[in-house]
Design a binder for this molecule. Structure first.
Ligand code: SAM
Length: 293
């Protein structure tokens, strides 16, 4: 049994030993609360049969707990300074691979095929995300089409609320739709600022995503559906119609097709996207495909 990396004392000692001063620009806030770490692993129900992806291992606080619980762990860290630290702190665990890459530049499907030895094992994503890119990371993960058994992610509380937001609310947007298309989201618990070194200046929450019930209407093209989510909310204050013609063009041919599609699914062009349910987005997407947009 090895001592935990994430106690405040050991974290500070590791940072001193390697001369690591955390970079705000990379969202570096290291967890130093063992209770929270155990709760994160428990929320993901991570077990010895699971493959786990981690984004942003830092000095290995969460990685270590995942390595102890999971079959294999694959972690992506952008900061080259932390790679030598992780080499040492995670040396006791032979089931961890750390890749020195910007997660936004990783092809996740390729990485899974390359690094996991058991391709049939359930796959989970567990991470204390770099907050400055929470939304792009989640969009990338959801757009990858990978079938995650669960996703447990720590983020800024304000962003956490968006994941389960319902139509007609301020928090509802493209991210809510992308999440809810695949998963069911719930905020499991909040985390105090004092649980990190250094303390972040925002409140944090752990969100648990699990696969949702099958949809009643399926989209004809998932990629285009995700694009439509973004198009709908490109300019929040504008009508659905305005956002559609901005994206697809203002000429007569296009506007006629758009009108036809909206008519087919009985959606008023003057409403705002924030009023549309996920099902309506899927129906609109399918209608757009039918009219050839
Ligand atoms: N998992 C550690 C923990 O809980 O203590 C660190 C979490 S810290 C909030 C976020 C981590 O993500 C940092 O280690 C940071 O260097 C890393 N990071 C930031 N941007 C990244 C990117 N584009 N790709 C991969 N890792 C990134």
């Amino acid at each position: 049994d090895y001592p935990d990396i994430a106690t405040p004392l050991r974290t500070q000692a590791i940072m001193n030993q390697y001369g690591i001063n955390t970079k705000k620009s990379l969202g570096q806030n290291f967890l130093t609360d063992m209770n929270i770490l155990h709760q994160i692993v428990a929320a993901g129900e991570v077990s010895s049969t699971d493959n786990v992806i981690e984004i942003g291992p830092g000095i290995g606080a969460l990685t270590e707990q995942l390595a102890r619980a999971a079959k294999q762990v694959l972690a992506f860290e952008i900061d080259g300074r932390l790679i030598e630290v992780l080499d040492d702190t995670l040396a006791p665990y032979d089931n961890v691979t750390v890749v020195n890459k910007d997660i936004l530049k990783v092809d996740l499907n390729e990485a899974l095929a390359q690094y996991f030895s058991d391709q049939m094992a359930p796959l989970k994503l567990v991470a204390n995300l770099p907050y400055y890119i929470t939304t792009p990371i989640l969009m990338q993960v959801l757009e990858s089409g990978i079938d995650f058994a669960s996703i447990v992610v720590m983020m800024q509380k304000e962003v956490a609320d968006r994941l389960s937001a319902q139509p007609g609310t301020k928090a509802y947007g493209a991210l809510s739709l992308a999440v809810q298309y695949r998963m069911q989201a719930h905020v499991a618990f909040t985390v105090s600022r004092t649980s990190f070194i250094p303390n972040p200046n925002v409140d944090s929450a752990i969100v648990v995503l699990t696969p949702r019930e099958p949809l009643t209407t399926l989209p004809r093209d998932e990629k285009k559906l995700f694009e439509l989510f973004k198009i709908g909310f490109a300019m929040r204050r504008k009508t659905l119609w305005n956002n559609l013609i901005t994206a697809f063009g203002k000429n007569a041919v296009v506007t006629n097709k758009l009108m036809d599609a909206l008519e087919m699914v009985q959606i008023d062009p003057k409403i705002r996207a924030e009023k549309l349910t996920l099902e309506q987005f899927i129906e609109l997407h399918n209608a757009l495909m039918t009219v050839g947009i």
